[in-house]
Ligand binder design. Structure first.
Ligand SMILES: Nc1nc2c(c(=O)[nH]1)N[C@H]1C(S)=C(S)[C@@H](COP(=O)(O)O)O[C@H]1N2
Ligand SMILES: [Mo]
Length: 550
């Protein structure tokens, strides 16, 4: 009379949870310690690249909304964190289900070779993950062979562990039943086994995660080439002795206005990679090919040393930025006007566009006429006087004034002259083909704690923020209080004609609850659009307002 109870699928799922937590921790630790690929991120990146653009845009929009609704911090880093969590959860769910499936199979199929099923399971998951990682991983520092081997071995280890747990649980059940061993004992042994497994998994997870965190992130940038700008005031660190060009402007930002020059580590970051591609300067070359008379390969030092550098203060914005959002930042870009390089490679007469491709397979097109008519269009290798950080496109990115970031590849690897325009990465995914920056104005602060005393009883509350119109300039900013008249604000001299303009308005204090709104006009007097539009597909528009009780 065999009242043989096999381990249930639920037990299999439980085992899956415990062992997969360990697997993720081990992947994490190995990534931090040895630079192997973090498999969950690779699978996530791969899925994001093949899923339909509409779904991705929908996802991005919802994440951005959630982040701002729940004030989860700076949008672009919170969005990356969200991606990381989704990636790990995705792999976790997959493996937990797979573990349950293995238990179900083992319950039905008689196997002779003990760990073969677990090994096969590990291979069934590990092999595709390995292939995916080979295709998309750009951040690992181990060789492709080691990386691949590691992923397959790790998954096989995990599969065999699941298989082993199943066997142990079965054995505990199959102990001879006699009077000396009462029925409950098997149950107890099983529970004890799961508790032990849970304990071991917790230790691996905490130790792996903890040590991984302690090991810290990899180096920010690996540039060896010294920048060609040692005596240039414009790129030395800003200080009292080397102030920003507009430091003496009488219009000072209202307290609480965002910094006019974004600190480098606060510059927003948006791209299609959970971890930024790591480009090795020694292996890297800019290849310029296609319809050109002189196809050329340029090393970073040749770009830096052989061309006159150009500096430009730039406000970059993501097309996913909402009105008043933080996916926009300002810094000083240094690089080489692309037209100067083109004049040496000489596009042929039938070439109309440049296709710019990146290490992450991102691509965009820019018209050759546009490049030749605007020397601000540059291949940039430095930000704020320092080599580009890895996440911002080391070693080379392009700057194209007046357009959202989606038109401006980072981590450039090739430039190909072609005879016709094609839709670039985000354009193929349903975003605007021109992606011209919309005119926008934002209230950053109603500085109720910095009231200015005027004549007699008069008191003023400084209001301030930014206005930006790509490279078109700002001529006027106006502020409205409740349903009152629009009143002109003061404008601070911007850092350049392509940066945002800081505005300020000293509002005559009236106690109570008020709604403040702002609107702006391009240099040529064109008013900003007051029609509320979401970021997709052409960039957000609408009036920024804040309600404040003073
Ligand atoms: N290679 C590559 N370049 C890219 C992207 C990308 O995903 N891959 N994203 C673009 C987008 S959508 C934006 S908004 C800007 C952001 O630049 P930043 O992260 O340095 O602020 O990079 C652009 N260049
Ligand atoms: Mo973007």
């Amino acid at each position: 009379m065999d009242k043989h109870t096999k381990p249930t699928i639920q037990t299999g799922l439980m085992v899956g949870i415990l062992l997969t937590a360990g697997l993720v921790a081990v992947f994490f630790l190995a990534t931090r310690a040895f630079g192997t690929p973090f498999a969950p991120f690779d699978v996530f990146d791969w899925s994001a690249k093949i899923l339909p653009g509409a779904l991705i845009s929908f996802g991005i929009e919802n994440i951005v909304n959630l982040i701002s609704t729940f004030r989860l911090g700076e949008t672009s880093s919170a969005a990356k964190t969200a991606e990381h969590v989704m990636a790990v959860v995705g792999m976790f769910i997959t493996c937990v289900i797979a573990s349950g499936v293995l238990f179900a199979i083992l319950n039905r199929v008689k196997v002779t070779s003990r760990y073969l099923p677990g090994l096969i399971l590990g291979l069934v998951i590990g092999a595709p993950v390995m292939l995916i990682s080979r295709q998309v991983n750009l951040s690992a520092s181990t060789s492709p062979f080691i990386s691949s081997l590691w992923i397959v071995v790790a998954f096989i280890g995990w599969g065999v562990a699941v298989n082993w747990a199943y066997d142990r649980l079965t054995l505990l059940d199959e102990k001879p039943k006699n009077d000396a061993v009462p029925d409950g004992v098997q149950q107890l042994d099983r529970r004890r086994f799961l508790v032990t497994l849970g304990g071991a998994s917790a230790v691996i997870t905490v130790v792996g995660g903890g040590v991984g965190l302690l090991l810290g992130q990899k180096e920010e940038t690996t540039q060896q080439v010294a920048l060609n700008t040692p005596d240039d005031e414009a790129v030395k660190p800003w200080s009292d002795d080397n102030p920003l060009p507009n430091t003496n402007d009488p219009v000072q930002p209202a307290p609480g206005t965002r910094p006019e020059l974004t600190p480098l580590d606060e510059h927003y970051r948006i791209d299609i990679n959970t971890l930024p591609p790591v480009v090795n300067e020694d292996d890297w070359m800019l290849q310029i090919s296609g319809l050109v008379e002189n196809p050329t390969n340029l090393k970073l030092n040749e770009i830096v040393e052989n061309y006159e550098p150009r500096n430009q203060f730039v406000t970059l914005a993501c097309i996913s930025n909402r009105v008043g959002g933080d996916l926009t930042s300002t810094t000083l870009w240094t690089g080489v006007p692309l037209k100067n390089i083109l004049s040496q490679v000489k596009p042929t007469a039938n070439a109309t566009h440049l296709k710019i491709t990146s290490a992450d397979n991102f691509d965009e097109y820019v018209a050759i006429d546009t490049v030749n008519n605007d020397e601000r269009i540059m291949l940039a290798y430095a930000w704020d006087g320092l080599p580009l950080k890895t996440q911002h496109g080391f070693p080379l990115r392009v700057y194209i004034p007046n357009h959202y970031g989606m038109k401006q590849p980072k981590w450039i690897t090739t430039i190909e002259a072609v005879a016709e325009w094609q839709p670039g990465w985000w354009v193929r995914r349903g975003w605007d083909k021109d992606a011209i920056m919309k005119t926008t104005s934002v209230i950053d602060t109603v500085a109720v704690n910095d009231i200015i005393a005027g004549e007699g009883d008069a008191k003023f509350v400084p209001l301030g923020g930014i206005a930006h119109a790509g490279a078109r300039g700002i001529s006027k900013v106006e502020v409205q209080t409740d349903d009152g008249d629009w009143v002109e604000a003061e404008l601070r001299q911007p850092l350049s004609e392509t940066t945002w303009v800081i505005w300020r308005y000293n509002w005559p204090f009236q106690s109570g609850s008020h709604t403040f709104s702002v609107r702006t006009y391009d240099a040529d007097g064109t008013p900003q659009s007051t029609v509320e539009a979401p970021p997709h597909p052409s960039g957000a528009s609408g009036i920024d307002s804040v309600r404040e009780t003073v």
